[in-house]
Design a protein around this ligand. Structure first.
Ligand SMILES: NC(=O)c1ccc[n+]([C@@H]2O[C@H](COP(=O)([O-])OP(=O)(O)OC[C@H]3O[C@@H](n4cnc5c(N)ncnc54)[C@H](O)[C@@H]3O)[C@@H](O)[C@H]2O)c1
Ligand SMILES: CC(C)[C@H](C(=O)O)[C@@H](O)C(=O)O
Ligand SMILES: [Mg+2]
Length: 351
C-alpha cells in the first residue's frame, strides 16, 4: 500500500525557486518506486507576491498550509535595503509567522563535514554536531518598540522572552538527541550578562540533566563558543541554545563545514500537532539569484531531514548517501544548480 503525504512547497525568493526545483527533483527520484507519494501544493509567497498584491501571508494562506503534513521552503526575503519592501518585513511576516504559528519550537540544524569537502579550518578533526536552536521565543518574538522614533532621543527595545515551558521543551528534545548520538550536550548562552534568561536556561538544563545521567553536560558562553567552533569543533555533539545565538552559530557552523550551500535545517513541531517545515539555513542570496550558481545541496539535505521526520529513514539515507557520494566526487569544476540536482537525483535512482 502506498502512503501519500501532503507537502506544501514554498519556493520563495531569489535562489529559493532554483534550489527547491532540485530538492523536488530528488524527492521525486527517491519516491519513484511508488511506496511513498508526495501530493504537492505550491504556494507563491515572498517578495514577488508582496510586490504584486501587497500580501505577505494571509490567514487563508496559513490555514491552507496548515492542512499539509509537512512544508518544504526555499528561502524568503528580497535584497536587503530594497525600498519597495520597506513596509513588508517578509522575514518576520512570512518565515517567522510560519515558525511561530505552527509552533516550530525546535530548529534543528545538523553540521557535518562530509568526506572530500574542504573546511577553511586547518585541522578541523571530526565535525559532526547538531544545533538545537529554540525556535519560538527569545529576542525573535517581536516584543519591542521604539519611542521618540526618528529623533536623536530615540529609544528602541527588543525584549527577549524566555518561558520555563518553552525552554524546558526544547532542552528535553536536545537531551533526547544527545541520548541517540555521542551523549554530550553543550548549553550555549550568555549567563554572565543575560542573567535572568541565562539563569532560567541553566537551571532547566541542570534539572533535565538529572534525568539523563549518561549525558555529559557542558556550558559555554556564546562568545567562547564561537572560538571553539573554529579551534575545536570536534568537541561538540549537541548544542542547545536560544533563538538568536542559534541563528548566528549555525551560519558559523555552516562556514566551517563546507559552506552555507550545504547546511540543512528543520523547523520541527515534535508532537506533530502542526506540520514541520524543512529549509536550507541560507537565505535568498540576491547576489547570485537567477544565475544557476546556487548550490542546491542544503535544500536537498533538508528533504532528507523531512523524510526522516516522516519516519521514512530508509529514503532519508538514500538521499544522504547520494549527496555524500556527489560531494566526494566534486572536482572543483563549476556546475549549475540544475546539474548538481541532476547528478544527485541520478545517484538516488541508482542506490
Ligand atoms: N530561511 C530564510 O528564508 C532566510 C535565511 C537567511 C536569510 N534570509 C533572507 O535572505 C536575504 C539575503 O540574506 P543574506 O545575504 O544575509 O544571506 P544569504 O544566506 O542569502 O547569503 C549569504 C551569502 O551566502 C551565499 N549563498 C547563500 N546560499 C547559497 C547557496 N545555496 N549556494 C551558494 N552560495 C550561497 C550568498 O550568495 C551570499 O554571498 C535577506 O532578505 C534575508 O533576510 C532568508
Ligand atoms: C531570515 C531570518 C528571519 C532567519 C532567522 O533569523 O531565523 C534566518 O536567518 C535563518 O537562519 O533561518
Ligand atoms: Mg540565519
Amino acid at each position: 500500500m502506498s502512503r501519500t503525504v501532503k507537502l506544501a512547497v514554498i519556493p520563495g525568493d531569489g535562489i529559493g525557486p532554483e534550489v527547491i526545483a532540485e530538492a523536488v527533483k530528488v524527492l521525486d527520484a527517491v519516491t519513484a518506486d511508488g511506496g511513498l507519494a508526495f501530493e504537492k501544493t505550491h504556494f507563491s509567497l515572498g517578495a514577488d507576491r508582496y510586490l504584486a498584491t501587497g500580501d505577505v501571508l494571509t490567514d487563508e494562506d496559513l490555514e491552507a498550509i496548515s492542512t499539509h503534513d509537512a512544508i518544504l521552503l526555499g528561502a524568503v526575503g528580497g535584497t536587503p535595503g530594497d525600498p519597495r519592501l520597506a513596509g513588508a518585513n517578509i522575514e518576520r511576516g512570512l518565515l517567522l509567522k510560519l515558525r511561530f504559528s505552527l509552533d516550530h519550537y525546535v530548529n534543528l540544524r545538523p553540521t557535518t563535514l562530509f568526506p572530500g569537502i574542504a573546511s577553511p579550518l586547518a585541522n578541523p578533526g571530526e565535525v559532526d554536531f547538531v544545533v538545537v536552536r529554540e525556535g519560538t521565543e527569545g529576542p525573535y518574538v517581536g516584543n519591542g518598540g521604539a519611542i521618540r522614533a526618528g529623533t536623536p532621543q530615540e529609544v528602541a527595545n527588543e525584549v527577549s522572552v524566555n518561558t520555563a515551558y518553552g525552554v524546558e521543551r526544547v532542552v528535553r528534545y536536545a537531551f533526547q538527541q544527545a541520548e541517540r548520538r555521542r551523549k554530550k550536550l553543550t548549553l550555549v548562552h550568555k549567563t554572565n550578562v543575560l542573567t535572568f534568561a541565562g539563569s532560567l536556561w541553566k537551571r532547566i538544563v541542570d534539572a533535565v540533566a538529572a534525568e539523563h545521567h549518561g549525558v555529559t553536560v557542558d556550558y559555554l558562553h556564546v562568545d567562547a563558543a564561537t572560538i571553539f567552533l573554529v579551534t575545536d569543533p570536534a568537541r561538540f555533539d549537541v548544542i542547545v541554545t536560544d533563538n538568536l545565538f542559534g541563528d548566528i552559530l549555525t551560519d558559523l557552523a555552516a562556514a566551517i563545514s563546507g559552506g552555507i550551500g550545504l547546511a540543512a535545517s528543520g523547523n520541527i513541531n515534535p508532537a506533530g500537532a502542526f506540520p514541520s517545515m524543512f529549509e536550507p539555513v541560507h537565505g535568498s542570496a540576491p547576489d547570485i539569484a537567477g544565475q544557476q550558481k546556487a548550490d542546491p545541496t542544503a535544500a536537498i539535505l533538508s528533504t532528507a531531514l523531512l523524510l526522516r521526520h516522516l519516519g521514512e529513514s530508509e529514503l532519508a539515507e538514500r538521499v544522504e548517501h547520494a549527496v555524500t557520494a556527489d560531494l566526494a566526487a566534486r572536482t572543483g569544476a563549476a556546475r549549475t544548480t540544475a546539474e548538481i540536482g541532476d547528478a544527485i537525483a541520478a545517484r538516488v535512482a541508482q542506490n
